[in-house]
Design a protein around this ligand. Sequence first.
Ligand SMILES: Cc1ncc(COP(=O)(O)O)c(C=O)c1O
Length: 421
Amino acid sequence: MPPSRRPIIRAHLNRPAASGPDSCPEAVFDVLSEEQAEAAWAEITTWPGYAPTPLRALDALADRLGIAALHYKDEGERFGLGSFKALGGSYAVLRHAADWLAEWRPGESPSLASIREGAHAEALAGLTVVTATDGNHGRSVAWGARMAGCRCRIYIHAGVSEGRREAMAALDAEVVRIDGDYDDSVHLCAREAIANGWTIISDTSFDGYMEIPRTVMAGYTVMASEILDQLDRTGKAPPSHVFVQAGVGGLAAAVCARFWQRLGPKRPRFVVIEPEQAACCFESALGDRPATVTIETETVMAGLSCGEVSLLAWEVLARGVSDFLTIGDERVGPVMRLLAAGEAGGGPITAGESAVPGLIGLIGAAADETLARALGLAAESRVLVLGCEGATDPAIYRAMMVPGPDDPPALPAASGVRHDD
Ligand SMILES: Cc1ncc(COP(=O)(O)O)c(C=O)c1O
């Protein structure tokens, strides 16, 4: 097979740094405390329209791959926004609105519920939140701003689809499209925020900017808690492996931290998957420090097209993730169609482009005897993948449903974990 058609392009496995203490280390609690995860749960689960998203059992695919169980957390219907991102940016906007009010009215500490109910609408009309985005995070911020009753301005780059722009505009955000790339949109957002006294609600952290992305990650932990509760309620054991995709790493870090907090030494092995074109977590793992990569070509997995790992996320990933993989774009369409056709089990599933990398990583690992063994994938493995978005851009989704002449099969011919026994 030519290199670009291999399911897994690069693998960096068994990092010694992540085979450290079994129980959740203090450094991970410092990034995300149990109190922060519990506060996010207490707030978000009271929002109108809240319902746990389905945890689907992909039994047919588990059989094909020779593993005991495969669960797919289907975030397509999260709050009607189409992705798990609905949990993070929106929550951070509400929390910031509360802090902002408390700053202007010393002695008051308004509850998030009172903000959502419009009790502070007049004052909050003076707050503007901004962010730069590829789509899903911006949609969440716009929705949070609408709940809070504050103003919202979103910066998107030239490559963000029109469908994603419209979805944010429909939530009353003022959307500014610029000529450059993602980094240009981040820089313009930062410049204008400083000049105008607006607040940046970003899903990624950097030196001097940690608290808002921490709150965003706390919001994501609601999904991790739901998964553990869903498995528990149905009498199923926690997963042995989690295959999770990464952009800046916030999603992977939030799930890793929450599982570690709740499961301690019984936590699963975490495998992080990224597009080869934007492998900032992979490069960070290789060098054992936060890395930046230059994105030369855009991946079809739009939500993962990030060149710089989030510093806060890296604090967790460095300690909690032993394995990193990169994949190409080739199998994104085929695996989306496999799920749509219901061939994996669990019924027909609408999975967006950024929802399938975990599954592609698992399929590729299972097809490669050496990799499967190195990852400890075996007949008794119970794998969790995070289907973190649905058809967030319906036009792109429809296009991806049409097979291309050069598409590889969703499952490589050699698929199936082989065992020595
Ligand atoms: C659908 C989807 N999945 C995964 C990710 C990656 O999350 P993170 O950037 O926190 O790693 C994103 C990021 O925007 C996304 O939109």
